[in-house]
Ligand binder design. Structure first.
Ligand code: SF4
Ligand code: SF4
Length: 432
Protein backbone atom coordinates (compact mmCIF):
# COMPACT_ATOMS: atom_id res chain seq x y z
CA UNK A 1 0.00 0.00 0.00
CA UNK A 2 2.87 2.35 -0.70
CA UNK A 3 1.70 3.93 -3.95
CA UNK A 4 3.33 4.22 -7.36
CA UNK A 5 6.10 6.39 -8.72
CA UNK A 6 4.80 7.47 -12.10
CA UNK A 7 6.46 9.39 -14.91
CA UNK A 8 5.23 12.89 -14.11
CA UNK A 9 5.11 14.49 -17.59
CA UNK A 10 4.49 17.87 -15.91
CA UNK A 11 7.39 19.63 -17.62
CA UNK A 12 5.11 20.54 -20.54
CA UNK A 13 3.23 23.14 -18.46
CA UNK A 14 4.65 23.46 -14.93
CA UNK A 15 6.61 26.62 -15.77
CA UNK A 16 3.84 28.26 -17.78
CA UNK A 17 1.89 30.94 -15.87
CA UNK A 18 -1.89 30.75 -15.95
CA UNK A 19 -3.32 32.96 -18.70
CA UNK A 20 -6.89 34.09 -19.08
CA UNK A 21 -8.56 32.23 -21.95
CA UNK A 22 -10.33 34.24 -24.64
CA UNK A 23 -13.93 35.03 -23.81
CA UNK A 24 -16.16 32.39 -25.43
CA UNK A 25 -19.07 33.51 -27.59
CA UNK A 26 -21.18 30.58 -26.45
CA UNK A 27 -21.17 28.45 -23.31
CA UNK A 28 -22.90 25.13 -22.62
CA UNK A 29 -23.72 24.49 -18.97
CA UNK A 30 -24.91 21.10 -17.70
CA UNK A 31 -27.34 21.86 -14.86
CA UNK A 32 -25.62 19.36 -12.59
CA UNK A 33 -21.93 20.08 -12.08
CA UNK A 34 -21.48 18.66 -8.60
CA UNK A 35 -22.00 15.42 -6.76
CA UNK A 36 -25.52 15.24 -5.38
CA UNK A 37 -28.62 16.65 -6.98
CA UNK A 38 -29.22 18.56 -10.23
CA UNK A 39 -30.29 22.20 -10.37
CA UNK A 40 -33.45 23.58 -11.93
CA UNK A 41 -33.14 26.50 -14.34
CA UNK A 42 -34.38 29.82 -12.92
CA UNK A 43 -34.20 31.58 -16.30
CA UNK A 44 -36.06 31.01 -19.56
CA UNK A 45 -35.06 30.77 -23.20
CA UNK A 46 -34.74 34.31 -24.55
CA UNK A 47 -33.77 35.88 -21.20
CA UNK A 48 -30.75 38.15 -21.09
CA UNK A 49 -28.34 37.28 -18.30
CA UNK A 50 -25.39 39.14 -16.83
CA UNK A 51 -22.02 37.59 -16.04
CA UNK A 52 -22.15 36.11 -12.54
CA UNK A 53 -25.97 36.01 -12.37
CA UNK A 54 -27.42 32.90 -10.77
CA UNK A 55 -29.20 30.91 -13.50
CA UNK A 56 -29.95 27.54 -11.88
CA UNK A 57 -30.53 26.39 -8.29
CA UNK A 58 -32.38 23.86 -6.15
CA UNK A 59 -33.77 23.51 -2.63
CA UNK A 60 -31.89 20.21 -2.19
CA UNK A 61 -29.01 20.33 0.27
CA UNK A 62 -26.35 18.42 -1.64
CA UNK A 63 -26.10 20.64 -4.71
CA UNK A 64 -24.44 23.88 -5.78
CA UNK A 65 -26.07 26.63 -7.85
CA UNK A 66 -24.89 27.63 -11.30
CA UNK A 67 -24.03 31.14 -12.53
CA UNK A 68 -23.69 32.70 -15.98
CA UNK A 69 -20.00 32.63 -16.96
CA UNK A 70 -20.61 35.29 -19.63
CA UNK A 71 -23.19 37.99 -20.27
CA UNK A 72 -25.57 37.04 -23.07
CA UNK A 73 -28.90 35.47 -23.92
CA UNK A 74 -30.23 32.03 -23.01
CA UNK A 75 -30.71 30.35 -26.38
CA UNK A 76 -31.55 26.82 -25.25
CA UNK A 77 -32.53 24.72 -22.24
CA UNK A 78 -32.33 21.18 -23.48
CA UNK A 79 -30.84 17.72 -23.05
CA UNK A 80 -27.37 17.80 -24.59
CA UNK A 81 -24.68 15.09 -24.65
CA UNK A 82 -22.19 15.11 -21.77
CA UNK A 83 -18.63 13.77 -21.87
CA UNK A 84 -19.97 10.19 -21.95
CA UNK A 85 -22.46 11.12 -24.68
CA UNK A 86 -25.42 10.75 -22.31
CA UNK A 87 -28.01 13.50 -22.74
CA UNK A 88 -28.06 15.76 -19.68
CA UNK A 89 -30.18 18.83 -18.99
CA UNK A 90 -28.14 21.88 -20.01
CA UNK A 91 -28.41 25.62 -20.54
CA UNK A 92 -26.81 27.39 -23.49
CA UNK A 93 -25.85 31.08 -23.36
CA UNK A 94 -24.80 33.02 -26.43
CA UNK A 95 -22.96 36.31 -26.06
CA UNK A 96 -24.74 39.36 -27.46
CA UNK A 97 -22.39 41.19 -29.87
CA UNK A 98 -21.36 44.57 -28.49
CA UNK A 99 -22.34 43.60 -24.96
CA UNK A 100 -19.29 41.64 -23.91
CA UNK A 101 -18.74 40.59 -20.32
CA UNK A 102 -16.90 43.29 -18.42
CA UNK A 103 -15.58 41.14 -15.61
CA UNK A 104 -16.99 41.23 -12.11
CA UNK A 105 -16.08 44.09 -9.86
CA UNK A 106 -16.67 43.32 -6.21
CA UNK A 107 -16.15 44.77 -2.78
CA UNK A 108 -13.07 43.90 -0.80
CA UNK A 109 -13.94 42.31 2.49
CA UNK A 110 -11.57 40.63 4.89
CA UNK A 111 -11.98 36.89 5.47
CA UNK A 112 -11.89 37.42 9.25
CA UNK A 113 -15.01 39.59 9.09
CA UNK A 114 -17.22 36.57 8.33
CA UNK A 115 -18.92 34.32 10.86
CA UNK A 116 -18.91 30.55 10.17
CA UNK A 117 -22.56 30.75 9.09
CA UNK A 118 -21.82 33.63 6.72
CA UNK A 119 -18.88 31.73 5.21
CA UNK A 120 -21.12 28.72 4.47
CA UNK A 121 -23.77 30.98 2.96
CA UNK A 122 -21.32 32.82 0.70
CA UNK A 123 -19.72 29.54 -0.39
CA UNK A 124 -23.11 28.05 -1.23
CA UNK A 125 -24.33 31.11 -3.09
CA UNK A 126 -21.07 31.20 -5.08
CA UNK A 127 -21.69 27.64 -6.29
CA UNK A 128 -18.32 26.37 -5.06
CA UNK A 129 -17.58 22.65 -5.33
CA UNK A 130 -14.44 20.59 -4.78
CA UNK A 131 -12.18 21.70 -7.61
CA UNK A 132 -9.75 18.80 -7.40
CA UNK A 133 -12.20 16.82 -9.51
CA UNK A 134 -14.49 15.42 -6.80
CA UNK A 135 -17.03 18.30 -7.18
CA UNK A 136 -18.63 17.71 -3.78
CA UNK A 137 -20.60 20.86 -2.83
CA UNK A 138 -18.25 22.77 -0.52
CA UNK A 139 -20.90 24.36 1.72
CA UNK A 140 -21.99 20.85 2.70
CA UNK A 141 -18.42 19.95 3.58
CA UNK A 142 -18.25 23.12 5.67
CA UNK A 143 -21.34 22.01 7.64
CA UNK A 144 -19.95 18.88 9.35
CA UNK A 145 -22.19 16.92 11.67
CA UNK A 146 -19.19 16.01 13.87
CA UNK A 147 -16.40 18.00 15.53
CA UNK A 148 -13.48 18.78 13.20
CA UNK A 149 -10.00 19.39 14.58
CA UNK A 150 -7.96 19.48 11.36
CA UNK A 151 -8.37 21.01 7.92
CA UNK A 152 -6.07 19.66 5.20
CA UNK A 153 -5.49 21.75 2.10
CA UNK A 154 -4.53 19.33 -0.62
CA UNK A 155 -1.80 20.68 -2.90
CA UNK A 156 -0.34 17.28 -3.80
CA UNK A 157 -1.58 17.19 -7.40
CA UNK A 158 -0.01 13.77 -7.77
CA UNK A 159 -1.56 12.79 -11.10
CA UNK A 160 0.79 13.06 -14.11
CA UNK A 161 0.53 15.98 -16.55
CA UNK A 162 -1.75 18.23 -14.42
CA UNK A 163 -0.22 21.51 -13.20
CA UNK A 164 -3.30 23.67 -12.48
CA UNK A 165 -2.89 23.45 -8.68
CA UNK A 166 0.88 23.89 -8.89
CA UNK A 167 0.42 27.17 -10.73
CA UNK A 168 -2.28 28.34 -8.32
CA UNK A 169 0.04 27.74 -5.36
CA UNK A 170 2.76 29.74 -7.10
CA UNK A 171 0.56 32.55 -8.36
CA UNK A 172 -2.15 32.95 -5.70
CA UNK A 173 -0.60 31.89 -2.37
CA UNK A 174 -2.20 34.72 -0.38
CA UNK A 175 -5.73 33.76 -1.45
CA UNK A 176 -4.97 30.08 -0.90
CA UNK A 177 -3.89 30.65 2.70
CA UNK A 178 -6.81 33.02 3.37
CA UNK A 179 -9.24 30.45 1.94
CA UNK A 180 -7.68 27.80 4.18
CA UNK A 181 -8.24 30.01 7.23
CA UNK A 182 -11.85 30.61 6.20
CA UNK A 183 -12.45 26.86 5.90
CA UNK A 184 -11.00 26.28 9.38
CA UNK A 185 -13.11 29.12 10.76
CA UNK A 186 -16.27 27.66 9.21
CA UNK A 187 -15.76 24.23 10.77
CA UNK A 188 -14.12 25.36 14.02
CA UNK A 189 -10.84 23.51 13.37
CA UNK A 190 -7.66 24.52 15.16
CA UNK A 191 -5.12 22.86 12.88
CA UNK A 192 -4.58 23.70 9.23
CA UNK A 193 -2.14 21.66 7.17
CA UNK A 194 -1.22 22.52 3.59
CA UNK A 195 0.23 19.40 1.95
CA UNK A 196 2.51 19.76 -1.09
CA UNK A 197 4.64 17.13 -2.85
CA UNK A 198 8.38 17.63 -3.11
CA UNK A 199 8.28 17.89 -6.91
CA UNK A 200 6.90 21.43 -6.41
CA UNK A 201 9.68 22.99 -4.33
CA UNK A 202 9.09 26.41 -5.86
CA UNK A 203 5.49 26.35 -4.64
CA UNK A 204 6.63 25.21 -1.20
CA UNK A 205 8.98 28.19 -0.96
CA UNK A 206 6.31 30.67 -2.05
CA UNK A 207 3.84 29.25 0.48
CA UNK A 208 6.44 29.37 3.26
CA UNK A 209 7.14 33.03 2.42
CA UNK A 210 3.45 33.95 2.56
CA UNK A 211 2.78 31.83 5.60
CA UNK A 212 4.72 34.26 7.80
CA UNK A 213 1.43 36.18 8.13
CA UNK A 214 -0.70 33.10 8.76
CA UNK A 215 1.23 30.47 10.72
CA UNK A 216 -0.32 27.42 9.09
CA UNK A 217 1.53 24.11 8.85
CA UNK A 218 3.09 23.49 5.42
CA UNK A 219 4.05 19.81 5.03
CA UNK A 220 6.21 18.56 2.17
CA UNK A 221 5.62 14.95 1.14
CA UNK A 222 7.50 12.71 -1.30
CA UNK A 223 5.91 12.59 -4.73
CA UNK A 224 3.91 9.38 -4.87
CA UNK A 225 0.66 8.48 -6.62
CA UNK A 226 -2.16 8.58 -5.38
CA UNK A 227 -1.09 10.71 -2.42
CA UNK A 228 -3.74 13.32 -3.28
CA UNK A 229 -6.53 10.84 -2.53
CA UNK A 230 -7.99 12.17 0.72
CA UNK A 231 -8.01 8.86 2.56
CA UNK A 232 -4.38 8.28 1.59
CA UNK A 233 -3.38 11.82 2.52
CA UNK A 234 -5.07 11.70 5.94
CA UNK A 235 -3.30 8.44 6.77
CA UNK A 236 0.05 9.89 5.67
CA UNK A 237 -0.31 13.21 7.53
CA UNK A 238 -2.19 12.21 10.67
CA UNK A 239 -1.91 8.42 10.91
CA UNK A 240 -5.73 8.20 11.06
CA UNK A 241 -7.83 5.76 9.01
CA UNK A 242 -11.13 6.81 7.47
CA UNK A 243 -13.46 3.92 8.40
CA UNK A 244 -14.80 1.76 5.60
CA UNK A 245 -17.85 3.43 4.11
CA UNK A 246 -17.12 6.52 6.22
CA UNK A 247 -15.95 10.05 5.58
CA UNK A 248 -12.97 12.09 6.78
CA UNK A 249 -15.32 14.01 9.10
CA UNK A 250 -15.85 10.74 11.01
CA UNK A 251 -12.27 11.10 12.24
CA UNK A 252 -12.32 14.87 12.73
CA UNK A 253 -10.84 15.94 9.39
CA UNK A 254 -11.93 17.70 6.24
CA UNK A 255 -9.83 17.91 3.09
CA UNK A 256 -10.13 20.65 0.47
CA UNK A 257 -8.22 21.16 -2.73
CA UNK A 258 -6.05 24.29 -3.15
CA UNK A 259 -8.28 25.51 -6.00
CA UNK A 260 -11.30 25.29 -3.71
CA UNK A 261 -9.50 27.35 -1.05
CA UNK A 262 -8.70 30.06 -3.62
CA UNK A 263 -12.31 30.06 -4.89
CA UNK A 264 -13.56 30.49 -1.31
CA UNK A 265 -11.23 33.44 -0.70
CA UNK A 266 -12.36 35.02 -3.98
CA UNK A 267 -16.04 34.60 -3.10
CA UNK A 268 -15.59 36.02 0.40
CA UNK A 269 -13.40 38.94 -0.61
CA UNK A 270 -15.12 40.00 -3.82
CA UNK A 271 -18.50 38.24 -3.94
CA UNK A 272 -17.36 36.50 -7.14
CA UNK A 273 -19.16 33.20 -7.89
CA UNK A 274 -17.41 30.23 -9.43
CA UNK A 275 -17.55 30.93 -13.16
CA UNK A 276 -13.92 30.26 -14.14
CA UNK A 277 -11.31 27.70 -13.27
CA UNK A 278 -7.72 26.84 -14.18
CA UNK A 279 -7.45 24.06 -16.77
CA UNK A 280 -4.16 22.46 -17.83
CA UNK A 281 -4.28 21.73 -21.57
CA UNK A 282 -1.48 19.36 -22.30
CA UNK A 283 -0.19 16.09 -23.75
CA UNK A 284 1.67 14.85 -26.79
CA UNK A 285 -1.32 15.65 -29.00
CA UNK A 286 -1.44 19.40 -28.16
CA UNK A 287 0.75 21.76 -30.20
CA UNK A 288 1.32 24.39 -27.49
CA UNK A 289 0.35 23.14 -24.02
CA UNK A 290 -0.85 25.85 -21.61
CA UNK A 291 -2.51 26.56 -18.28
CA UNK A 292 -5.64 28.58 -19.01
CA UNK A 293 -8.15 30.30 -16.75
CA UNK A 294 -11.26 29.20 -18.63
CA UNK A 295 -14.90 30.19 -18.27
CA UNK A 296 -17.08 27.25 -17.25
CA UNK A 297 -18.98 26.13 -20.35
CA UNK A 298 -16.21 26.91 -22.87
CA UNK A 299 -15.88 24.11 -25.42
CA UNK A 300 -12.74 21.98 -25.49
CA UNK A 301 -12.40 22.92 -29.18
CA UNK A 302 -12.13 26.63 -28.31
CA UNK A 303 -9.52 25.99 -25.62
CA UNK A 304 -7.47 23.73 -27.87
CA UNK A 305 -7.57 26.34 -30.63
CA UNK A 306 -5.89 28.72 -28.15
CA UNK A 307 -3.18 26.09 -27.69
CA UNK A 308 -2.28 25.91 -31.38
CA UNK A 309 -4.72 23.06 -32.01
CA UNK A 310 -4.08 19.33 -31.91
CA UNK A 311 -1.31 17.47 -33.72
CA UNK A 312 -1.91 15.39 -36.84
CA UNK A 313 -1.39 12.20 -34.88
CA UNK A 314 -3.64 13.14 -31.93
CA UNK A 315 -5.61 10.03 -31.02
CA UNK A 316 -7.27 10.38 -27.62
CA UNK A 317 -8.82 13.21 -25.59
CA UNK A 318 -9.14 12.79 -21.85
CA UNK A 319 -10.94 15.12 -19.45
CA UNK A 320 -8.74 14.93 -16.35
CA UNK A 321 -5.44 13.11 -15.96
CA UNK A 322 -4.25 9.81 -17.44
CA UNK A 323 -5.04 7.78 -14.30
CA UNK A 324 -8.48 9.04 -13.30
CA UNK A 325 -9.66 11.00 -16.35
CA UNK A 326 -12.51 10.27 -18.67
CA UNK A 327 -12.04 9.71 -22.41
CA UNK A 328 -14.29 12.09 -24.31
CA UNK A 329 -15.76 11.52 -27.73
CA UNK A 330 -16.19 15.09 -28.93
CA UNK A 331 -14.38 18.42 -28.74
CA UNK A 332 -17.79 20.11 -28.39
CA UNK A 333 -17.81 19.09 -24.72
CA UNK A 334 -17.67 22.04 -22.31
CA UNK A 335 -15.40 22.74 -19.37
CA UNK A 336 -17.35 22.00 -16.19
CA UNK A 337 -16.49 22.88 -12.60
CA UNK A 338 -14.58 19.63 -12.15
CA UNK A 339 -12.41 19.96 -15.28
CA UNK A 340 -8.82 20.41 -14.10
CA UNK A 341 -7.11 19.11 -17.24
CA UNK A 342 -7.67 18.45 -20.89
CA UNK A 343 -5.16 15.83 -21.97
CA UNK A 344 -4.66 14.95 -25.62
CA UNK A 345 -2.44 11.98 -26.41
CA UNK A 346 -0.90 11.06 -29.73
CA UNK A 347 -1.16 7.60 -31.27
CA UNK A 348 1.96 6.33 -29.53
CA UNK A 349 0.90 7.44 -26.05
CA UNK A 350 -2.74 6.44 -26.49
CA UNK A 351 -2.28 2.88 -27.66
CA UNK A 352 -4.92 0.48 -26.38
CA UNK A 353 -4.16 -2.96 -25.06
CA UNK A 354 -6.02 -6.19 -25.43
CA UNK A 355 -7.42 -7.41 -22.14
CA UNK A 356 -6.25 -10.90 -21.15
CA UNK A 357 -7.36 -13.27 -18.40
CA UNK A 358 -6.37 -12.75 -14.76
CA UNK A 359 -3.29 -14.78 -13.82
CA UNK A 360 -3.82 -14.26 -10.05
CA UNK A 361 -0.45 -12.58 -9.67
CA UNK A 362 -1.72 -10.30 -6.86
CA UNK A 363 0.03 -7.18 -8.18
CA UNK A 364 -3.23 -5.22 -8.12
CA UNK A 365 -3.75 -6.15 -4.46
CA UNK A 366 -0.27 -4.93 -3.53
CA UNK A 367 -0.79 -1.68 -5.47
CA UNK A 368 -4.19 -0.76 -4.02
CA UNK A 369 -3.69 2.20 -1.66
CA UNK A 370 -6.86 1.46 0.30
CA UNK A 371 -6.29 -2.26 0.81
CA UNK A 372 -8.95 -3.69 -1.52
CA UNK A 373 -8.89 -6.88 -3.60
CA UNK A 374 -9.27 -5.51 -7.14
CA UNK A 375 -9.04 -8.92 -8.81
CA UNK A 376 -12.00 -10.24 -6.81
CA UNK A 377 -13.94 -7.00 -7.29
CA UNK A 378 -13.49 -7.30 -11.06
CA UNK A 379 -14.79 -10.88 -10.98
CA UNK A 380 -17.86 -9.81 -8.98
CA UNK A 381 -18.47 -6.86 -11.29
CA UNK A 382 -18.37 -9.14 -14.34
CA UNK A 383 -20.82 -11.51 -12.61
CA UNK A 384 -23.01 -8.55 -11.54
CA UNK A 385 -22.83 -9.88 -7.99
CA UNK A 386 -23.70 -6.62 -6.24
CA UNK A 387 -23.99 -8.14 -2.79
CA UNK A 388 -20.42 -9.37 -2.96
CA UNK A 389 -19.26 -6.01 -4.34
CA UNK A 390 -20.73 -4.33 -1.27
CA UNK A 391 -19.24 -6.97 1.05
CA UNK A 392 -15.80 -6.44 -0.52
CA UNK A 393 -16.07 -2.66 -0.01
CA UNK A 394 -16.31 -1.47 -3.59
CA UNK A 395 -17.55 1.85 -2.16
CA UNK A 396 -14.09 2.45 -0.67
CA UNK A 397 -12.42 2.30 -4.10
CA UNK A 398 -11.07 5.77 -4.92
CA UNK A 399 -10.78 4.90 -8.65
CA UNK A 400 -7.10 5.81 -8.62
CA UNK A 401 -6.24 3.30 -11.35
CA UNK A 402 -3.15 1.87 -9.58
CA UNK A 403 -4.49 -1.68 -9.93
CA UNK A 404 -5.09 -1.37 -13.68
CA UNK A 405 -1.70 0.33 -14.14
CA UNK A 406 0.24 -2.61 -12.68
CA UNK A 407 -1.94 -5.40 -14.09
CA UNK A 408 0.12 -7.53 -16.53
CA UNK A 409 -3.09 -8.79 -18.15
CA UNK A 410 -4.13 -5.21 -18.94
CA UNK A 411 -7.53 -5.75 -17.38
CA UNK A 412 -9.60 -2.56 -17.45
CA UNK A 413 -10.28 -2.89 -13.76
CA UNK A 414 -11.40 0.67 -13.07
CA UNK A 415 -13.97 0.58 -15.85
CA UNK A 416 -15.54 -2.47 -14.21
CA UNK A 417 -15.59 -0.67 -10.86
CA UNK A 418 -17.06 2.52 -12.25
CA UNK A 419 -19.80 0.60 -14.06
CA UNK A 420 -20.64 -1.41 -10.94
CA UNK A 421 -20.70 1.71 -8.74
CA UNK A 422 -23.03 3.41 -11.18
CA UNK A 423 -25.36 0.41 -11.12
CA UNK A 424 -25.34 0.34 -7.31
CA UNK A 425 -26.02 4.08 -7.24
CA UNK A 426 -28.95 3.71 -9.63
CA UNK A 427 -30.41 0.99 -7.44
CA UNK A 428 -30.16 3.12 -4.33
CA UNK A 429 -30.73 6.55 -5.91
CA UNK A 430 -31.95 8.88 -3.18
CA UNK A 431 -31.67 12.62 -3.39
CA UNK A 432 -32.05 14.57 -0.16
S1 SF4 B 1 -8.84 1.85 -8.49
FE1 SF4 B 1 -9.80 1.17 -6.58
S2 SF4 B 1 -9.31 -1.00 -6.43
FE2 SF4 B 1 -7.91 -0.11 -7.95
S3 SF4 B 1 -6.08 0.43 -6.76
FE3 SF4 B 1 -7.38 2.26 -6.80
S4 SF4 B 1 -8.62 2.11 -4.94
FE4 SF4 B 1 -7.74 0.09 -5.28
S1 SF4 C 1 -2.87 -7.68 -11.41
FE1 SF4 C 1 -4.26 -8.31 -13.03
S2 SF4 C 1 -3.64 -10.39 -13.47
FE2 SF4 C 1 -2.71 -9.87 -11.50
S3 SF4 C 1 -4.23 -10.59 -9.97
FE3 SF4 C 1 -4.69 -8.46 -10.41
S4 SF4 C 1 -6.27 -8.54 -12.00
FE4 SF4 C 1 -5.27 -10.54 -11.97
Amino acid sequence: MSGLRLKECKELTERLPVQEAALPTRVVLPLQQSLGCPNDPIVNVGDEVAEGQKIADTQKTVAAPLHAPISGRIIAIDNLPNACQYPVASLVIEAIPGRESQGLVGSHWQVDEFTPEQIRKVVREAGIVGLGGATFPTHVKLSPSKPIDTVIINGCECEPYITADHRLMLERPAELLEGARAIARAVGAENIIVAVENNKQDAVQVLLDHNKNHNLKIVVLPSIYPQGGEKVLIRKLLGREVPSGGLPLDIGVIVNNVGTAVAIADALKTGRPLIKRVVTITGSGVKKPRNLLARIGTSFAELLAQCGGITDDAAKIIMGGPMTGLAVASLDMPVVKGTNCLLVLNQRDARDYEEKGCIRCGRCVRACPVGLLPNFLADFAKLRDYEKLVDYHLADCIECGCCAYVCPSRIYLVQYFKGAKQELKTRRAVCR
